[in-house]
Each structure stands twice: as C-alpha cells, then as structure tokens.
Design a protein around this ligand. Structure first.
Ligand code: ZN
Length: 408
C-alpha cells in the first residue's frame, strides 16, 4: 500500500534567464489549460479523451513539450470535473477561469531530483530535446530523507516573487502485522474539547478554550480593521489565523498518533465527519465555530501521520455515541444533563460526556472492525473490552488533563 503526501520546496533564487523561462512557460501552460476549459464549457464535457483530442495538439503547437501538454489537459479536466461536481450538488458556481497564476504542471517524465554535494537540484526539461534547466532547491534538513521518495506529477508555481515546486512523496505503508489483540483508541472531536482520546488506561483531553479565545481575539481585531477599512490587514489576519489553526492541528494529531503508537496493534477510531455538523446544535455563534473549526484538516493529519507509523485508522457512525451508556447500553437524550456531564438514567453510571463519547467510538470501531458498521443499539453486551477501561470515577483521577498544545 502507498500513501502520497506533498512537500512544497522553494527554488533557490533562479537567475533572470531561468525566471524568464518560468514566466513564459507558465503563461503558455495557462493558455493551454484555458483552451481546454473553453472546450469543456462549450461542449459541456469533462471526458479526458475528448478534451485531450482537441487540446493536446494545440498545446504542442503553442510550444509545450509533450509532458507539459499532457499536464495541461489533466489540469483542464480536473478543473472542469470539479465544476461539474459542484453543479450536481446545486452550488452556485461560475465556470473556472485561469487568471495567470495557474503554475506549471510537471509530468513525472519532465523533471528529476538530482543530488550533488549534499544539495538537491530540480532538473526540468525544456521544449528542446535533451535540453534542461537546473534549479537548486532550498530543502530543509528535515525533508532530506524524503527526497529520494519523490514520485509522480509535480507542480511549479509562483507566490510573490518566489517560485516553488510542489513534490509528491510516495510512502510505502505496509499493513500492520497483528500478533495478538488490537487496541482500539476512540477519538471524539468537538468544540469545547478539540479532541478527547480514550486509551485503554487513560484519557487525554485537548482543551479547546485557548484556541477559542485566540480565535475570538483575532475576530475582534478583524472587526476593528474592517471599521477602519483596512482590507489589507483583514486579509493578513485571516492568513495568520489559518496558519495558526494548521499548526494547532499538526500538534494535536502528532500527540494522538505518538500516544497511540505506545500501545500494541493500535487502531485509531474516528467518527465520520458528516456526523459532527448534524450532531451538535447550539447558538449561532457556536454553529459558526463548528463551521470554521477545521475538523477535516485534523482528520487528514491524523490519517497521514498514522499511516507513517503503520497505524490503521477506521471510521464509525457517530450517531448515538454521546448519549449511549457505555456500561449498560441504555441510549437516551436524558443521559446528558449538561454539555460536559453524562449520567445514565438506567444504571446511574457517571462520567465526563466527552470521555463517554470517545469510549463509545472505540466500541463502535471494535464492532465495525469485526462485523462491519452497525448502530449503537446492537452493541449492547459487546462492550466487555472497552468496559475494562477506567470508569467515570477512576477516569477523573487518571485524566491526563492535556498537555495543552495551544499554550506555546
Ligand atoms: Zn447505564
């Protein structure tokens, strides 16, 4: 099995001659892509073969080498397909247009990473036969070991004055060899706590409060800038917030995966994302926070970090996980007297609500792993494994009340 991730590397200050080549090629490439889009819009098609038949020759005539021509067809096809896909779900979108910042698609045969004297150089074919441009790369040391794993179609693009290359890294992930019982680790995602992770012997909470405060602070700043019509500052702030959120998600996912790796044959169980938005109801402000909190990103980070450590990630149906008693299986809304507490009306079992949800998710994972997906109601009597976890009272003592990744 393989998983692919991308690294973005800066080109080390290309010479004027190479810059001119990059600009010119990017322009030609964009023209070819736009041509493909025009065809797709006019004929209402997204078939690769049909678009290829028309665009490829034109791209070649524009002076693109065959590999670039193929990439321009691919770019047009994927843009057209994403447009038609959005149309299907009835989003109001306009047909994509290339505005000059499309970058240059580098086919797998159009480039090579060469290492000389500890430096990495990107060798790119030009339109002439056996003629190349050599771009020294600024590869951070932590990426060095990944450079031999570069495999697949890449992309050159410009941000500001600098040029970057986005390189696909192919990582072989062998399925974990299981010698014994699996450890199911349930992860409950939320707003008040970003993540609650139930391990067999402890619970880890990732408190969402500092992040919420930070976001509110940034939102206030933005509002103030808007009053003073500083749109440049608003944009700057938005970028800052996004970067900060990404960083936070990296830290949370890293902790979850590192801790999971300490257990034998771990399987991380996550709830399917579509559930989160339906499950939580709250004030307008709360809903806005839900919408903006990057759950999908966090899930993706957990997935790829786990894949590197050969840890499986499975998904379960989140319905009922927050109101089902992990002891007796009784499921009702009344089990949740408040947002943070859980008290079973049938057996009086008490615990933190997020902890209960993460345990239920682990149970769901266990069951889904053995029998395929199911609903919580059928899980009664199947919970021995998870019930050996600390119960409510114990759990409160054993909480590793996070390890707050936000405070840095
Ligand atoms: Zn109960």
């Amino acid at each position: 099995m393989h998983s692919t991730e991308c690294v973005i590397i800066k080109l080390a200050n290309p010479t004027a001659h190479k810059r001119a080549w990059l600009h010119e090629t990017a322009l030609t490439f964009s023209r070819a892509v736009q041509y493909g889009l025009d065809i797709a819009e006019k004929e209402h098609i997204s078939s690769r073969t049909k678009i290829h038949n028309v665009v490829y020759h034109i791209a070649r005539e524009l002076g693109l080498q065959s590999s670039y021509a193929r990439m321009s067809v691919n770019a047009a096809v994927s843009l057209a397909r994403s447009y038609f896909g959005l149309c299907k779900v009835q989003r109001h979108v306009s047909f994509p247009k290339i505005n000059g910042s499309q970058g240059i698609g580098l086919g797998i045969n159009a480039y090579k990473i060469v290492q000389t004297n500890g430096r990495f150089i990107l060798r790119v074919s030009t339109s002439k036969h056996h003629s190349y441009h050599w771009f020294p790369l600024c590869v951070p040391e932590r990426y060095h070991y990944r450079m031999p794993l570069v495999y697949g179609d890449a992309k050159l693009f410009q941000r500001g004055r600098d040029w970057y290359v986005s390189l696909p890294i192919r990582i072989t992930t062998t399925p974990p060899v299981c010698d014994g019982e699996h450890t199911f680790i349930g992860v409950d995602l939320g707003i008040v706590r970003h993540a609650t992770v139930s391990f067999p012997d402890c619970v880890v909470f990732f408190n969402g409060k500092p992040a919420r405060q930070k976001r509110e602070h940034l939102a206030n700043l933005r509002r103030r800038y808007q009053v003073h019509r500083r749109t440049d500052r608003v944009r700057q702030q938005k970028g800052k917030e996004t970067r900060w959120m990404t960083d936070l998600n990296h830290k949370i996912s890293r902790r979850i995966v590192d801790l999971s790796a300490l257990y034998p044959n771990p399987i991380i169980v996550l709830e399917r994302l579509d559930g989160i938005h339906n499950r939580v109801h709250g004030s307008k402000k709360f809903n806005r926070m839900i919408a903006s909190w990057a759950f999908r990103q966090l899930i993706n980070f957990i997935k790829y970090k786990a894949a590197r450590e050969h840890i499986s990630v499975i998904f379960c149906d989140p319905r009922g996980t927050s109101k089902t008693c992990p002891k007796c299986g009784h499921a009702t809304r009344s089990n949740r007297p408040s947002q943070s507490s859980f008290r079973c009306v049938a057996c009086n079992y008490q615990a933190n609500a997020d902890y209960v949800a993460s345990c239920n998710i682990a149970v769901q994972g266990l069951y889904a792993f053995a029998h395929g997906p199911t609903d919580m109601a059928r899980l009664q009597g199947q919970t021995e494994n998870i019930n050996s976890r600390p119960d409510g009272a114990q759990a409160n003592k054993q909480l590793l009340v996070d390890s707050n990744p936000v405070s840095s």
